[in-house]
Design a protein around this ligand. Structure first.
Ligand SMILES: [Cu+2]
Length: 502
């Protein structure tokens, strides 16, 4: 059987798994796709130059999110709202924002400080913010059950009680997370601490957040979300936004840069590498700094994962260009996706760094030791649980064959206990597995693919097709939390479960 033709089709009313024999012209691309193709022809009235300019990559400068820095302000304010934003120069795109513009602000806060933010929901439907990777009390975590209605305000108040790291925030309403993040409701969340400060890592203009999201636009610069049934396998786009800027460029100096990279795409896993530099250095993962820097040539980053890397441009001269690209990661899936857009295996250039200035001080070395990570041992665990990732009859993505039920408690965990979770993927598609309220370490995995990120603290781990990954963690926060697949279209369609720590 041709692997590409292993096709999975899903709809709310009727769902079916169709194996083999479906080619490009198959009916499974459906009437919907046909209609949208038609409507996409309409904007061809625009002059050729206009559309060329709009889609000409690497002509827009990277936007840098403004910051809400809790060193200078006491309380933040977010208001989820519809906004018109210039993603493409001279064109307005209807999006969702927290403060009227994209990218949304980066939150920066120190360990030990108090986070205070009032969140108002000005959307038509209920929603809630989740602080991804932050270990906070249940009522602050943004469980979908706590979604607030339109025009309501929720006061988030909690203390930062974890080490430095790159986290993020996004809304998490039941069944609508994919759409809300797609249209804009996410941002970066940086925790700092004294230990990290002593390392003198590149900072200020030399610390760049790169929030990567693939998106679809029509020629009027409107965002397009789901188009065909195949999009229920995961929405992939042909335009890669970095900090809400399509295929941007960034002028740089010939020195070291710290790049905090977040993949907040809907479904795309990237295998990131650079053209212009052979290797780069991984210094941190989801949960903060590694023990020691790791030199890599490329690195896989699944949805919701973060990598903290250093690139060294000291051998570059003015006029040189360094391109961050994805080499594609076709290993992630045998499932068909919407053929109008680049598949998971597609190679794409993402952002170009142009050396425009020389640095007077570019010889600083990276510290050999970054932090201490106490390695958790299997013998620390009092229990092993198995979580399976499967498609059940009706073509529904689930965990343990049970479609998500907000009222059902799926797992009960003893507060303070350490457990091993064995995540078994039975499907031929990789799923990023995320748990709220805890950080974990990866014990082992059955596939041979090397994930350098497995060496650090994690809150999200990619489980490859028909792979089992074992993770170990200590549950220190009591309450009801969730774990789920972070392919947004999968979590919205039932690949999620509740666990109670008591
Ligand atoms: Cu999934």
């Amino acid at each position: 059987m041709n692997r590409r033709n292993f096709l999975y089709s899903f709809s709310f009313t009727a769902a079916a798994i169709i194996i083999g024999g479906c080619d490009k012209d198959s009916k499974n691309n459906g009437d919907t796709a046909g209609k949208l193709n038609e409507s996409q022809k309409l904007p061809s009235k625009l002059s050729k130059n206009e559309t060329d300019d709009m889609f000409k990559p690497f002509t827009q400068e990277l936007k840098i999110p403004k910051e809400i820095n809790f060193e200078t302000i006491a309380k933040g304010k977010f208001n989820a709202q519809k906004s018109l934003v210039a993603i493409y120069k001279d064109k307005k795109t209807e999006v969702l924002t927290f403060q009227g513009d994209l990218p949304n602000p980066t939150i920066r806060i120190k360990k030990g400080d108090k986070f205070e933010l009032d969140f108002t929901n000005s959307l038509e439907k209920a929603t809630i913010i989740h602080w991804h990777g932050l270990i906070v009390p249940e009522e602050m975590d943004g469980h979908p059950k706590d979604a607030i209605s339109t025009q309501e305000t929720k006061e988030y108040r909690y203390k930062i009680n974890q080490k430095a790291g790159t986290f993020w925030y996004h809304t998490h309403p039941h069944g609508r997370t994919g759409e809300e993040i797609y249209y804009g409701l996410s941002g970066l969340y940086i925790v700092e601490d004294e230990d990290e400060k002593k390392l003198n890592l590149p900072s200020g203009e030399f610390e760049l957040p790169l929030i990567i999201q693939d998106r679809r636009f029509d020629k009027k610069a409107n965002l397009i979300y789901k188009e065909t049934e195949l999009d229920h396998n995961g929405v992939l786009g042909d335009v890669v936004l970095v900090n809400s800027t399509p295929f941007p460029y960034k002028n740089v100096k010939n020195t070291k840069y710290r790049l905090r990279i977040l993949n907040s795409s809907s479904a795309r896993t990237y295998r990131l590498a650079f053209e212009g530099i052979e290797s780069f250095t991984l210094i941190g993962t989801d949960g903060g700094l590694l023990e020691k820097p790791i030199t890599v040539k490329d690195i896989v980053i699944a949805v919701a994962e973060r990598i903290d890397i250093i690139i060294d441009l000291k051998d570059k001269k003015i006029g040189d260009t360094i391109t961050l690209k994805t080499l594609g990661f076709k290993e992630a899936s045998n499932f068909a996706t919407n053929e109008k857009y680049p598949s998971l295996g597609a190679k794409m250039d993402i952002i170009k760094f142009k050396v425009t200035q020389l640095s007077t001080n570019n010889s600083a070395q990276l510290p050999r030791k970054l932090s201490s990570i106490l390695k958790m041992k299997e013998s620390d665990a009092s229990k092993t649980r198995t979580i399976t990732m499967e498609i059940i009859e009706g073509g529904i993505w689930t965990l343990n064959k049970k479609p998500y039920d907000m009222e059902r408690i799926d797992e009960r965990v003893k507060l303070g206990s350490t457990e091993i979770w064995e995540i078994k993927n039975t499907a031929h598609m990789a799923h990023p597995f995320h748990i709220h309220g805890v950080h974990f370490q990866v014990l082992d995995r059955t596939s041979k693919i090397d994930f350098p990120t497995d060496k650090g603290w994690k809150d999200t781990v990619l489980v490859m097709p028909v792979e089992t990954v074992r993770i170990i963690m200590k549950f220190t926060m009591p309450g009801l939390f969730i774990f789920h697949c972070h392919i947004l279209e999968h979590e919205d369609h039932a690949m999620m479960a509740n666990f109670l720590v008591e």
